[in-house]
Ligand binder design. Structure first.
Ligand code: CTP
Length: 404
């Protein structure tokens, strides 16, 4: 496939040569486009020699009758901008077209993947945050920058994502089935952490693997994915918007604010059911005997989402050690869900922390479908296949009721 690689002016521009190579290794024909300021950081000759294409920078450099930005846009399958500066994000968001790359962005109808890179304060600036949000809402896929040492000497978020993550996001976009294109999917994943004092906490064994696999699969199917994650040791899937939370309370706040704009909500997180009544500001010194820790119930986020449900398709999980289907069905009804994924946590090699899972999918009609023991990535496919069937069913029902 043909990928246009847009390179903009920041120090990470030198990494564009590696990104170009990785895309070629995937079998793509890469056409480089550079902004004027990118040329200050890497010479067009480098990308020209690697790609075998003339590097386009100037809107007016070509005097052939062909309109270059239109023909480039039509002849390509994807536009990747890596690294993308705050300036190009602002231009794309505002629809400015004052150079070749921004004009190309406006004329392309292909998927757009952007990997930003900039100083941490520039990345956090409300102007940049709002450009990213505008573009994300338009369906642009972001490969978020990473945290670490920056060329300016500061540390923090803003460093260009690993080139391998960028090329794998491109691969997912190009290979995906696009069956969830236009859908907004909210996934919660991982454990929550309930602080007891500055050094101790109450949590659970969730690794986040199932939720992350669901987020990755939804992204592969073309959805706009927002992952709300508790602390995990995993790298979030590229292309997915991530909001990090710690406690059940924080997860609830973020889930409630993102819920109205979601079409599909998958609540894979293992939310703590109890949290300490008091969080001590100082480390609690050990006494001579027992420590009675008083816990109170957290809010059941899924139950609340079920009450607020409008047109969203709501998927919950049920971790059970006995009476799997009965308990899951009771949760499905009580929490007003469309689908529940039940897993038997008494089974070894499946569920919490494991790479594999075996689940039963129970829908509102009481149909229970049992999966074999499969890698979580395969279970994610089965869950989303079922979600697509339910979406299809819901749209047929609404068409029939409109006709009558
Ligand atoms: N859940 C939630 N908020 C909570 C607890 C659970 O949103 N405070 C969600 C989980 O994300 C999951 C579902 O509820 O999708 C079921 O979680 P599970 O722990 O199996 O069940 P509970 O409803 O907490 O009931 P119990 O622990 O009594 O089995």
């Amino acid at each position: 496939m043909k990928v246009i690689l847009g390179v903009t002016g920041c120090i990470a521009a030198y990494k564009s040569a590696l990104i170009l190579r990785l895309l070629q290794e995937q079998g793509h024909d890469v056409i480089p486009v550079m902004t004027r300021s990118a040329e200050e950081f890497i010479t067009p000759l480098t990308l020209e020699k690697l790609s075998g294409h003339r590097v386009i920078t100037d809107l007016f450099e070509d005097h052939s009758p062909e309109i270059l930005h239109i023909s480039a846009a039509r002849a390509s399958d994807l536009l990747l901008v890596a690294p993308a500066t705050a300036n190009i994000l602002a231009k794309f968001a505002a629809g400015l077209a004052d150079d070749f790359l921004s004009t190309l962005y406006l004329s392309t109808t292909t998927p757009v993947v952007i990997a930003p890179a900039m100083n941490v304060e520039m990345w956090r600036h409300p102007a940049t945050v709002s450009s990213v949000k505008t573009l994300w809402d338009r369906g642009v896929v972001f490969v978020d920058p990473e945290s670490g040492y920056q060329a300016c000497g500061e540390r923090g978020e803003g460093r260009l994502a690993d080139p391998a993550r960028i090329s794998s996001a491109v691969a997912s976009v190009l290979q995906g089935t696009r069956s969830l294109e236009g859908k907004s999917v909210l996934v919660t994943a991982g454990p929550t952490i309930e602080d007891v004092d500055p050094v101790r906490f109450v949590s659970n064994r969730s690794s986040g693997k199932m939720g992350y696999a669901l987020a990755a699969e939804a992204f592969n199917r073309g959805a706009l994915v927002h992952l709300i994650s508790g602390p995990t040791a995993l790298d979030p899937p590229p292309g997915v918007k991530v909001t990090w939370v710690r406690s059940a309370k924080e997860m609830a706040e973020k889930a409630y604010s993102s819920f109205p704009s979601a079409d599909i909500v998958v609540k894979a997180a293992a939310v703590a059911d109890y949290t300490p009544v008091d969080v001590a500001a100082e480390k609690t010194k050990k006494g001579s005997s027992r420590w009675m820790l008083e816990l109170q119930r957290t809010e059941d986020i899924l139950l609340e989402l079920g009450k607020r449900k409008d047109n969203q398709l709501l998927v919950g999980f049920a971790a059970e050690s006995k009476n799997l289907v009965e308990n899951a069905t009771e949760k499905l009804q009580r929490k007003n869900l469309d689908l529940i994924v039940a897993n038997d946590i008494s089974q070894t090699g499946s569920g919490f922390e494991a790479n594999y899972n075996q689940v039963v999918l129970v829908d509102r009609e009481g149909l229970a479908e049992e999966s074999p023991l499969l890698p979580k990535s395969q279970i994610a496919k089965q869950i989303l296949d079922k979600v697509e069937v339910l979406l299809q069913r819901a749209s047929t029902v609404s068409e029939e009721s409109n006709e009558s």
